[in-house]
Design a protein around this ligand. Structure first.
Ligand code: IMP
Length: 423
């Protein structure tokens, strides 16, 4: 049986949590393959909102196995809080969750390093969530990180101390608050005690056994293609492989098992943090989208930057991911417009028209060429099928499909599980 990969095609926050929860019943396993507590996957059930940061979005389905893969960087303190918040709601976590022993651990000093690194960048700061993501992936690739399996070994504390001291020597120049670190460490070690009671295993065997038995797997991506360490708007990106290839390295699954790559996009664009954003609207229209879409970060609460849909960026994301179908989210947010715009190409700095993303988007400003389409002020709320959607919204979807050459398989008309239309 196959593995399907579900991922964001933009700068994150596309609505992956809702989609995973909606399609989870089709899969035996939901597995996170990259990122960490920088993610915030929002699910709305019976009007109640839940935000998951590191635990896969299949956790609300009692028959689903959830896996935190080796490609993730896990903050134990955030994990312990997430578990508690779920247990309070009577969600069965311990039974249905498996953690890879190869998953890198975010230690308290990673967060201090993240903060110091951002502060040192001044105007050029990335707008990181400051959750320690960059420094922990740095340690992974410098081959000095600590992994979840290590917390079970007798020499863990001494290895922790050595890494912490190495970090402190880097931090010395920028200074840090020892009292704050002590508090973070207390929480960290308490959280490790909690994790020791969970199933920390060789998840690559578990996942490949599931495939052998004919059980299907959904790989749940975090962030989005435009934040990918290689293909995103570098250096304004996150530190992991957010694209489909990341599912193989982040879970230990061979590429030949991938069947579908399900790409999620909003009907417009948002970005949180700094960096290039060709279709950004720094005006009333942008504000209107932010308000209607409640575009505020689910992890940091920061207002998200907003703009029109960017087709060249989506085309690039579809290309590097091999997207087999797209899901359109939040079309209802654009209900308030009589007409909507879509970027179909860019004017580059030399004034030429191009549909290609520049490798260095940050230093090579692309001005969007916008195409106008009629809006759907009658709204999406009452639609319950493709046929009952406003005809202008259907034209909008068909325009996107035609320009990108990838089919749209379903459309979300609101935050709830039930507000979903299969096309
Ligand atoms: P970091 O991964 O926290 O270091 O952040 C790097 C960049 O990615 C920043 O611009 C963040 O705002 C952005 N980012 C990280 N995680 C997410 C996410 O889950 N959604 C949207 N943006 C994110």
């Amino acid at each position: 049986m196959p593995i399907d990969v579900l991922l964001g095609l933009q700068w994150g926050d596309e609505g992956k949590g809702k989609v995973v929860d909606y399609i989870a019943p089709k899969y035996k396993v939901v597995a996170r393959f990259q990122g960490g507590p920088n993610a915030g996957h929002t699910l709305v059930m019976n009007g109640e909102k839940h935000v998951l940061h590191q635990i896969p979005s299949g956790i609300f389905r009692p028959d689903t196995i959830n896996v935190i893969g080796n490609g993730v960087v896990l903050d134990p303190a955030v994990f312990a809080k997430e578990v508690l918040a779920l247990e309070v709601k009577n969600v069965e976590v311990k039974e249905n969750l498996f953690l890879s022993n190869r998953t890198q651990i975010i230690i308290p000093t990673h967060k201090l390093l993240d903060r110091a690194s951002e502060a040192s960048k001044g105007e050029q700061k990335i707008g990181s969530t400051l959750k320690g993501i960059g420094p922990s992936y740095q340690d992974k690739f410098a081959r000095q990180g600590l992994r979840l399996g290590d917390i079970l070994s007798a020499d863990f504390d001494s290895r922790y101390e050595a890494l912490k001291l190495a970090h402190i020597s880097l931090l010395d120049g920028s200074g840090f608050d020892q009292q704050e670190l002590n508090e973070m460490e207390t929480q960290f070690f308490e959280s490790l005690e909690k994790i020791r009671t969970f199933k920390v295993v060789n998840t690559e065997y578990l996942l490949n056994d599931c495939l052998q038995k004919g059980q299907s797997i959904l790989a749940e991506g975090a962030q989005g293609a435009m934040l990918d360490i290689d293909f995103g708007s570098y250096p304004f990106v996150t530190s992991s492989s957010t694209t489909a290839a990341g599912a193989c390295t982040g879970l230990g699954i061979a590429p030949r098992h991938i069947r579908k790559v399900i790409g999620i996009t909003k009907a417009y664009c948002t970005r949180v943090g700094s960096g290039p954003f060709p279709t950004e609207l720094n005006d009333e229209t942008g504000e209107k989208i932010r308000k209607a879409g409640q575009e505020f970060g689910s992890t940091t609460g920061r207002p998200r930057r907003t703009g029109w849909l960017d087709l060249p960026a989506l085309k690039f994301a579809n290309m590097v991911n091999g997207t087999t179908e797209m899901l359109i989210m939040k079309g209802d947010v654009l209900d308030c417009f009589d007409e909507v715009k879509v970027c179909t190409a860019y004017h580059n700095e030399a004034g030429q028209v191009s549909e290609e993303l520049h490798y260095d988007m940050a230093r090579n400003i692309s001005r969007p060429i916008l195409h106008t389409l009629a809006g759907w002020p009658e709204g999406l709320a009452s639609a319950d099928s493709w046929d009952s959607l406003p005809s202008n919204f259907k034209s909008y979807c068909l325009f996107i499909e035609e320009k990108l050459g990838v089919p749209i398989s379903f459309i979300s008309t609101g935050p709830g599980r039930e507000q979903t239309i299969v096309k």
